[in-house]
Structure formats: C-alpha cells, structure tokens
Design a protein around this ligand. Sequence first.
Ligand code: DX5
Ligand code: ZN
Length: 220
Amino acid sequence: MSSVVIAPSVLGANFAHLAADLKQVIEAGADWLHLDIMDGQFVDNISFGPGMVQTIRRLTKLPLDVHLMIERADHYVPRFIEAGANSITVHVEPEAKHEIGKTLRAIREGGCKAGLTLNPETPFAFVEPHLPNIDLLLIMTVHPGFGGQSFEPEMMEKVRRAQDLRSSLGMRYALEVDGGITPETARLSIESGADVIVAGTAIFKSADYAAAIRALRNQR
Ligand code: DX5
Ligand code: ZN
C-alpha cells in the first residue's frame, strides 16, 4: 500500500448532485477532501464558504482540507474551524493581507493542522521562515482560481527543496501539490517528495472514480 494521501478537490464535483458525488468519491477510496475557498479578491473566482464546509462535514468523517484563497484569512479562520475543518491552509503572498505567524497560531490553537501555500510565481524563500511552524506545505502547481489548468513542472524544484529541508532539518510537515494533477504529474510529484495529492478534474471528470484514484496512486 502506498502512503500517499489522495484528496479529491470538491471544486471539480457536480454541485447539482454534490452529496451523491461526494459519497461516490469517498467509497472510491478518497483519503481526504480538499475544499477550495475563493473570495473573488485574492483570486479571480468565487467558490463557497463556511456554510458549505459545515454541510460537507455532516456527510463524512474524512479529514476536510480547507485551502483559503482569500484576503484576511485571520478574520475568517475561526468560522472554518467552527465549520469542521481538519486542516486549514493559508497563502504566504502579501496580497493575502494577514499576519502569517498569527494566523498559523490561531489555526493550531483551534485544533486544526496549519498549512501554508505559495503561488507558482512566489519564490520558495517566502515560506522558509515559517517551515518550523506548519503541519502542511502546499506547493501550487497552477495559478490558483480555477480547476482544469495545466501543471507547471518547474514547481518540482520547490517540492524537492521542501523535501530536502524536511529530511535534513527533521521537520514533519506534509508536502501537498494542487493543480493540473494527472497520473503522470502525480508520479512526478511523488518522486519529488509530495505525499498529499489534490485532484479535481482527474477524478470528477472520469467515469470511474475508484480507477482514477488508483491511477493517481500509480497503482493498477
Ligand atoms: C486551483 C484549486 C485546485 C483545483 C484543482 O485553484 O486550488 O484545488 O480545484 O483542480 P484540477 O485538479 O482540475 O487542476
Ligand atoms: Zn486547492
């Protein structure tokens, strides 16, 4: 068995029959569910908020991995903790308009795993000072905002750097990739050190969710 975590991105599901879609993906072997929160400011799209997280919380006991692509995450974090998130990931870019150290502490104090993420154009150096204080590092492999974009292979350099630092400094954060993940790009990511794989299109646009999840684990 591989120890890789597969996290289907709810953004890729069909909202007209969301509960049925999620039930199916859970039965197909999803390990976590990835929930993309977009505010139309930090990214150029609007998705859903804490109410939807709470609704999904009632459908499953699987870990809910909340990815906040919003301004002022510090202000909204308590509502996502209350809604039942298990991990909450915030952006490191100055445009996210929050005090990163303070937001990460608030997430942990709320009993959630604290995650930090960076856009493809953001240098890895931005996250380095925070590495000792996180449980999860999310390397974006597309510019966030929309599902169905193409994977940027250059981001594997960041994944390898994060993996090297993790082993040389004995840190324990999980290493997650998000955007344009297919069985091929999942393999590349896992080889580079990733252990949490987020996928929207590759799972929800496939006819057989279980086969799609197995393919992402690179199993037959
Ligand atoms: C991108 C989101 C992703 C997205 C992934 O802004 O953060 O989680 O849903 O979708 P795919 O797998 O289709 O690239
Ligand atoms: Zn995401």
